[in-house]
Ligand binder design. Structure first.
Ligand code: ADP
Ligand code: MG
Length: 519
């Protein structure tokens, strides 16, 4: 599924009105009859067919022939379009670049702000995974009748944004959230590599990184939260080039680096810089690989050994296997991976940035201990396998969040602004007030019906992943996209109101301050 940004400019205001009408009609119609669309956007029935036809031609909507009546439904393409348009109007995105990641459940794109600052657009695409296998497991899926993928994607985006915002405001090392619309979020670009790709770390950095990760898990738990997917894919490892560099600063947590960190073994460049292209090609000819994991390309030395595969992160219940390192050695090297390996030079210092939050849970969640232990075990296991690093020092849920802390339900009065955050209070919530899970709950997550649905989906997905049942469908199932009537946000409806004169305005509107830059 491609995201087509070119259409943004060329849709007419009437087409836009019709598209929005189809979206609105979807709130309570699985298939929106054209007469209803006409009624919603105040056009004559006769006049709307051409517009519907041209939207369908661009795959923004799809014609559905029902037994009862014909009509249209919004496609993911149309949903993307509406989200992008909202971002563009709010100056969160001025241009869409290339795709840097295709997750099982998301697309990750590099985008830029009107000031040409690189940002990341995450498009949630729940339902890309085939649920055939999971559906059999009724326990996991519960009694939800039809999977409303767009609605669930939107929920995932809203939840991810809410958590990222709370974490960022409280000084956690996460990207800076910039904007959210429908099933998409915009955040700052992190110039880093997923831990998964780090093959070699300077020896002194290994215990330091291990301990930084454990501290992060503990700090989250003391603030009431468990990530729930704290693994090598969701930890970006950023270089802090020299000791003289500034300490981690949450305000600049997401800002693309002004400097150019240069580890001895690699170099980094903007792939659009044609002046450097020749050298790049020369290096390629020498057998170097170009790393395309993130927004910049980086030339890495030819691989010396395959990365051990650390995929099979099982449940914590298999603690026994911590004793089985010899056995771990066995066939790890044989498990080939096509991923690039990053070798970090001797002089680097690294720091982790945490991403991917739709599955976060509160320490009051019924399975909190299980999730906490699993997060801890993911890190331990990865370090054993990848870096041959074994530590008996690791946090236990019962110690980190004793009973009385879990019972504490006092809600902080208001979300403090980043500049007001008292880090000591955040770090000592056992005796203080700040419980981020409660803040999140106040913003709609952590107990609502929709949130439970999303949670059920997320945990069934995780279960299915560990049990190897995932199939990635060729295209997203777009049927059953009905949207709960109470769950479309008004802010986006307002897009529709000024739809008439919308055509070029979002592109030309330069005077507005960038909405998200101070988020
Ligand atoms: P998913 O939910 O599909 O796992 P993630 O949020 O984990 O999606 O992102 C997938 C990948 O995209 C990450 O492993 C990382 O490589 C890249 N990525 C995501 N967010 C950012 C960001 N803010 N900056 C840089 N890269 C990112
Ligand atoms: Mg992820």
């Amino acid at each position: 599924m491609r995201l087509d940004a070119t259409d943004l400019r060329y849709i007419s205001s009437q087409e836009f009105r019709v598209l929005t009408a189809i979206e609105m009609g979807s709130k309570n119609h699985e298939v929106v009859p054209s007469s209803l669309a006409a009624q919603i956007c105040g056009l004559h029935h006769s006049g709307i067919n051409k517009l519907l036809g041209s939207l369908a031609k661009r795959n923004l909507i799809a014609r559905v022939q029902n037994t009862k009546y014909d009509g249209y439904r919004l496609t993911y393409g149309g949903y993307d379009y509406l989200a992008l348009r909202a971002f563009s109007k709010r100056d969160s995105i001025a241009a869409v670049g290339r795709r840097i990641g295709v997750g099982k459940e998301s697309d990750i794109m590099i985008v830029s702000s009107p000031e040409q600052e690189q940002r990341v657009l995450k498009i949630h695409r729940l339902g890309r995974i085939s649920f055939r296998a999971i559906k059999e497991k009724r326990d996991y899926m519960g009694k939800r009748k039809s999977a409303s993928w767009m609605y669930m994607s939107r929920l995932a985006a809203a939840k991810e944004y809410a958590f990222m915002k709370i974490l960022h405001e409280h000084g956690f090392p996460v990207p800076q959230p910039i904007d959210q619309a429908r099933h998409c979020i915009v955040m700052s670009y992190i110039d880093a590599f997923p831990l998964r790709q780090i093959a070699v770390l300077p020896p002194d950095q290994i215990p330091l990184l291990y301990s930084a990760l454990m501290k992060l898990i503990v700090r989250l738990a003391r603030a009431g939260l468990i990530h729930g997917d704290f693994n090598e894919f969701n930890l970006l490892i950023r270089e802090v080039s020299t000791a003289s560099d500034e300490e981690y600063d949450s305000d600049s947590a997401g800002a693309p680096p002004a400097r150019d960190p240069q580890p001895s073994s690699s170099s980094r460049r903007d792939p659009t810089d044609s002046a450097q292209q020749d050298t790049l090609e020369a290096e390629l000819a020498e057998g170097h690989q170009i790393e395309r994991g993130n927004g910049f390309e980086r030339v890495v030395a030819p691989a010396q050994s395959q990365l051990p595969d650390v995929d099979d992160v099982d449940d914590v219940s298999d603690e026994v296997d911590q004793e089985d390192e010899e056995e771990d050695d066995d066939d790890e090297a044989a498990s080939e991976t096509s991923e690039r390996q990053i070798h970090l030079g001797d002089d680097v210092t690294v720091e982790p940035i945490l991403i991917d939050f739709p599955q976060m849970v509160s320490i009051n969640h019924e399975n909190a201990e299980y999730y906490f232990d699993r997060d801890v075990e993911c890190v331990r296991r990865f370090f054993r396998k990848r870096f041959r690093y074994h530590s008996d020092e690791f946090p236990r849920f019962q110690d980190v969040v004793p009973e009385f802390v879990r019972k504490q339900t006092k809600l902080p009065k208001s979300a403090p602004q980043p500049q007001d955050v008292d880090q000591d209070a955040v770090n000592n919530v056992q005796t203080g007030d700040v419980r981020l899970d409660l803040l999140a709950k106040a913003s709609g997550f952590g107990g609502s019906k929709q949130d439970r649905e999303l949670e059920q989906y997320m945990s069934s997905l995780r279960l299915s992943t560990t049990q190897g049942m995932i199939e990635v469908a060729d295209s997203s199932p777009e049927s059953g996209d009905e949207v709960d009537s109470d769950e479309q946000d008004e802010e986006e409806d307002s897009d529709q109101e000024d739809g008439e004169d919308e055509d070029e305005s979002s592109e030309d509107d330069e005077e507005d301050d960038e909405q998200g830059s101070d988020a």
